[in-house]
Write a protein that binds this ligand. Structure first.
Ligand SMILES: Cc1ncc(COP(=O)(O)O)c(C=O)c1O
Length: 400
């Protein structure tokens, strides 16, 4: 019989080859101490964090921490049960109410992670014989949700409105269809043309789900995401989000105005057959979400940071994922994995942590250094970051 692990041999070889160059393992970094949303101690060294999804810097907010502590003491460390049995506490109801208020929507359902939110909602509403049309660069949790539900999957070229329309036109008569889009695509930090895509999808009678994982809290007048910023939030059937980015903890959710939405609590397997979030987590999430409703000053500062970093990196001669900054993610395109890993390590030596991203997570086989900014980065930190990129870029030969 074959060794079931033999399919991993090519990856094992790539990894061994990379590590044999003497480079530090970029996928095994330990945060020894986390000082603030923007600074940690790694390898004993003070390191600026530019590769977290802590966009709004909520992880050390004193009110958020206090809410978590209180719930931990009052309700204990975990629920030890499913939401549909013993795992719904007042805190789960309170965070769902906070989401309904945040999005001004009728229904909110909280999952244990954003991954499970996509897995659960997509697989439950689009099953065998239904069609899912999705952007080819969709997140793994979206693809896994499609696979779990066993729907017919029809991908289209990234952000291509005409390609989406073509696929909608080709649907068999009477078929059910869910169009799945993201607000911000997390690899390159680019936005979806939701205005056009949502309009076309609705015109063909499809339902629309938008994953706003990387835009919640930051993009849109009230931080509701790209659908809000582009004026189509009322036409979107389902918004998926996560607590692991701007909200600053862990968990996932779906909000919707669909009148039959609540039935999903009984039929959605990744909601039913898993334990609910600990009381401390839902308490921190609810407090954070309510504070994000008043986050305009932070949103403005985050935009300033994003613009400054993008312009600075461009001026240094780096190749970036977008012409203009579109979100809090700025992707620096590396010539190959070896150079990318060398640059990642050189930045770490300078005192900067960024994400190294490689295929299959990245589009078009790219190796990326993904920088994600935080509203708590000071303008001076952005200057320091640019200085570190200049030094590491010259040392590794990525820039001249
Ligand atoms: C677009 C998108 N959707 C969903 C998720 C999953 O979120 P979570 O970390 O809560 O599982 C991610 C996480 O990176 C994401 O980027």
């Amino acid at each position: 019989m074959p060794d079931l692990f033999s399919k991993f041999d090519p990856l094992i070889e790539t990894r061994e080859q990379l590590l044999s160059t003497g480079v530090t393992d970029p996928f095994n970094l330990v945060m020894e101490e986390v000082v603030s949303p923007t600074v940690a101690i790694c390898n004993g060294k003070k390191t600026i964090l530019l590769g977290t999804y802590n966009y709004m810097g909520m992880t050390f907010d004193p009110e958020v921490i206090e809410a978590g502590k209180e719930a931990l003491e009052k309700f204990g460390s975990g629920t030890t049960g499913s939401r549909v049995l013993n795992g719904t506490y007042v805190g789960h109801k309170a965070v769902e109410q906070a989401l309904k208020d945040f999005y001004a929507m009728d229904h909110a359902m909280v999952f244990s992670t954003g991954y499970q939110a996509n897995l659960g909602i997509i697989s439950t509403i689009a099953g065998k014989d239904d069609y899912i049309i999705l952007d080819i660069d969709s997140h793994a949790s979206i693809y896994d949700g499609c696979a779990l539900g066993n729907a017919n999957i029809v991908p289209f070229r990234h952000n291509d409105v005409e390609a989406l329309e073509k696929r909608l036109k080709r649907l068999p008569e009477g078929a059910g269809c869910l169009v799945v889009l993201e607000g911000v695509y997390s690899m390159l930090g680019d936005l979806a043309p939701l205005k056009e895509m949502v309009a076309i999808s609705k015109a063909h009678g499809a339902m629309v789900l938008v994953d706003e994982a990387h835009s919640m809290g930051f993009i849109g007048e009230n931080g509701r995401g790209v659908a809000e910023a582009q004026g189509v939030i009322d036409d979107v059937d389902f918004i998926i989000g996560t607590f692991s980015k701007s909200v600053g903890t862990v968990g996932g959710f779906c909000v919707s105005n669909h009148p039959k939405f609540e039935i999903l609590r009984l039929v959605c397997r990744p909601y039913v057959f898993t334990a609910s979030l600990p009381p401390s987590v839902v308490a921190t999430a609810a407090t954070s979400i309510r504070k994000l409703m008043h986050g305009k000053a932070k949103r403005d500062h985050l935009w300033e940071n994003s613009q400054k970093l993008h312009a600075g990196l461009k001026a240094l001669g780096f190749t970036l994922g977008t012409e203009e900054p579109q979100s809090a993610i700025i992707a620096v395109i590396m010539p190959d994995l070896e150079k990318g890993a060398a640059m990642w390590e050189a930045l770490l030596h300078e005192g900067l942590y960024v994400n190294l991203a490689r295929p299959p997570a990245t589009p078009a086989n790219m190796t990326l250094l993904r920088c994600s900014l935080c509203a708590e980065h000071s303008s001076q930190q952005v200057d320091e970051i640019l200085g570190m990129f200049a030094a590491a870029g010259r040392k590794t030969g990525v820039i001249g």
